[in-house]
Design a protein around this ligand. Sequence first.
Ligand code: ADP
Ligand code: MG
Length: 193
Amino acid sequence: MRDTGKASLRQKLRRRRDALSNAHPQAGEDLANRFPLKLVDRFGPVVAVYSPIGSEIDTRGVIQKLSQYGAQLALPRIAGDDMTFHAWVEGTELIRGRFGLAEPHGDAPEVQPGLILAPLLGFDAEGTRLGYGKGYYDRALAKLRENGHAFICGLAFADQECLSLPKEPHDIPLDWVVTEAGSIPLFLARAKA
Ligand code: ADP
Ligand code: MG
């Protein structure tokens, strides 16, 4: 396997995020308060969210805020190498899918979200996203963009920002990140570069 240095970075960034999660129990609530609903106005109404696992910043507050705003929520479902998004109404039943992730039940229809919220281990000022190493979001975004626009917004602790992360040709950059400290619009920086 090619060594781009991503594997050792993942370990380091996972430890960093574990520490951030312990140090900032309020961060998910702060993130929800700071989440800009203009992103839903512009790229919604179908918004892909995810249930937090491990030391990921708590997404329950932002999910509730989106739901109250009238966004049509979707959750990822993993089958083999593919991740698709399926309609989900907050508070309705979920099933346990691969990696212990909560997924919508079997007959939930597949949807094409215009705004995708994504977990991450690290991000940089160019929008490079380091995920868990399976490339699910890279592949899903590439596919969604065959059919139209899809805006990807990372959710993270502010200190998950890195100076520079390794980037491969298949990596789809983040357009925006929201943290407990506020918004970081990344697509603007790329447009100027
Ligand atoms: P992550 O984005 O989860 O941090 P990587 O970017 O390292 O993980 O991607 C993991 C693997 O997924 C890569 O080795 C790559 O081969 C595969 N991959 C990602 N996007 C695509 C794509 N669009 N087409 C084919 N393979 C892909
Ligand atoms: Mg990637």
